[in-house]
Design a protein around this ligand. Structure first.
Ligand code: S3P
Length: 436
């Protein structure tokens, strides 16, 4: 029997249908923040339905930004920009489970003439923040933390531009420094060691800011001048590619599957999953490609086929960081298996995803080798239904719901409610697409 925190997933024959995805989580966060500091109002259609993006909106409200939900099916938010005049929050800014909210918003509040306290839930309180405390302190903010972890007390003020070479490839850190750079005196330069998602750069331009970008080795460098004003935009946020990953991988498990996903984000810094799944044997075609406010969007048609194994390492590990959980969950069903390397960042996500993946795969009877920076999962395995522990992590809960479709017997996902962090309707939609 199902209850809100435990959901049973039964084996399937294939997945078929059309799925409209809620707006991309990464873009929703950025649009909520930028529209909040812009001049004029913004209308954000298909805003993410996840709890993380609601945390960002709640923090913006606490900073004095007025916004409202527009009645209707398309989850539209209207934001009245503060034109950069945020107000001191009267209570701690609660980022919930959302690392993106805490890290990116820190960049904005660091540039304000007041003090903000940023707090998060138990999982967020364990996550590393030194990576943003370092550059923001260099820019002139005064930040107190619990040994580099939340809560953060950020005494903002006038910032100075810096030249920052990021030691870890993280789009959140890059975004944090760029957003602080918007409030700093001078030109801030950020260099990333590997190319990470570029939604902040794309969104800043959509909101009217000028920035310079160029390739730098395997990564990129971005420069932004402080003191620029943003203006609001009306936008429809494209479907979330990292949420689509669960259905793509579900389709990949069954040769008879057929899926259509319209209006999906196709940004090249996010779409590596499509190349990898095609290399693994999935048939994917893209139609109706268009560019909306600088983001590529398209309609995807997918047909399942026999699945080859693969290796994910180097730049791919960074590009696929949010999709590795579901790729690992389908790995035992591939012909040659999967090796995942250079993915140590998985250990500091909403859970230690290397531990959570290895433990749950074993729980389903799979053979798996856990390594410091990844996993090795042999192919050609058959799995049985089991009790899965989501570790309170949305992507672990959803990844194992996908693996459960190919297992023998039923699987119970404990902590299934964590899917609501990014995709509240996930289990409902999965059920609708599944044929037994
Ligand atoms: C995100 C960047 C990634 C990703 C996260 C969202 C973003 O985190 O895992 O889910 O929107 O910029 P890191 O920057 O820590 O790699």
């Amino acid at each position: 029997m199902n209850n809100p925190s435990e959901i049973t997933v039964r084996p399937a024959r294939h997945v078929r249908g059309t799925v409209q995805l809620p707006g991309d989580k990464s873009i929703s966060h950025r649009y909520a923040m930028l529209s909040g500091i812009a001049e004029g109002s913004s209308r954000l259609e298909n805003y993410s339905t996840g709890a993380d993006c609601a945390s960002t909106l709640a923090c913006m409200r606490a900073l004095g930004v007025k916004w409202s939900r527009i009645e209707g099916p398309s989850n539209t938010i209207e934001v009245h920009g503060s034109a950069g005049s945020l107000v001191a929050p009267s209570a701690p800014l609660d980022c919930g489970n959302s690392g993106s909210t805490m890290r990116m918003l820190s960049g904005i509040v660091a540039g304000q003439p007041f003090t903000s306290e940023m707090v998060g839930d138990e999982s967020l309180s364990r996550r590393p923040m030194q990576r943003i405390i370092g550059p923001l302190s260099e820019m002139g903010a005064h930040i107190a933390s619990q040994d580099g972890k939340p809560p953060l007390n950020i005494k903002g003020g006038s910032l100075k531009a810096i030249d920052y070479k990021m030691p870890v490839a993280s789009a959140q850190v890059k975004s944090c420094v760029l957003l602080a750079g918007l409030f700093a005196k001078g030109e801030t330069r950020v260099e990333e060691p590997l190319r990470t998602r570029d939604h902040t750069e794309v969104a800043l331009r959509a909101f009217g800011a000028e920035l310079n970008r160029k390739a730098a080795g395997a990564g990129s460098e971005v420069r932004i001048r402080g003191g620029q004003r943003l203006r609001g935009v009306d936008a429809r946020i494209p479907g979330d590619l990292s949420s689509a990953a669960f259905f793509l991988c579900a389709a990949a498990l069954f040769p008879g599957s057929q899926l259509t996903i319209p209006h999906l984000l196709m940004n090249p810094t996010r779409a590596r999953l499509l190349d990898i799944l095609m290399q693994m044997g999935l048939h994917i075609s893209v139609t109706q490609m268009e560019e909306i406010h600088g983001e590529l969007v398209g309609s995807l048609q997918i047909e399942g086929a026999a699945l080859h194994g693969t290796t994910i390492a180097g730049a791919d590990a960074a590009a696929l960081i949010d999709e590795i959980p579901v790729l690992a969950a389908i790995a035992p069903f591939t012909e040659q298996g999967m090796e995942i390397r250079d993915a140590k960042e998985l250990r500091v996500k909403e859970s230690d995803r290397i531990v959570a993946l290895a433990a749950n795969l074993r729980q389903m009877g799979a053979e798996v080798e856990e390594r410091d920076d990844g996993l090795k999962i042999p192919g050609g395995q058959s799995l049985h239904g089991a009790q899965i522990d989501s570790h309170g992590d949305h992507r672990i809960a959803m990844a194992f719901a996908v693996a459960a479709l190919r297992a023998k017997g039923d699987t119970q996902i404990r902590g299934a409610e964590s899917a609501a962090i990014s995709y509240p309707a996930f289990f409902h939609t999965l059920e609708e697409l599944t044929e037994r």
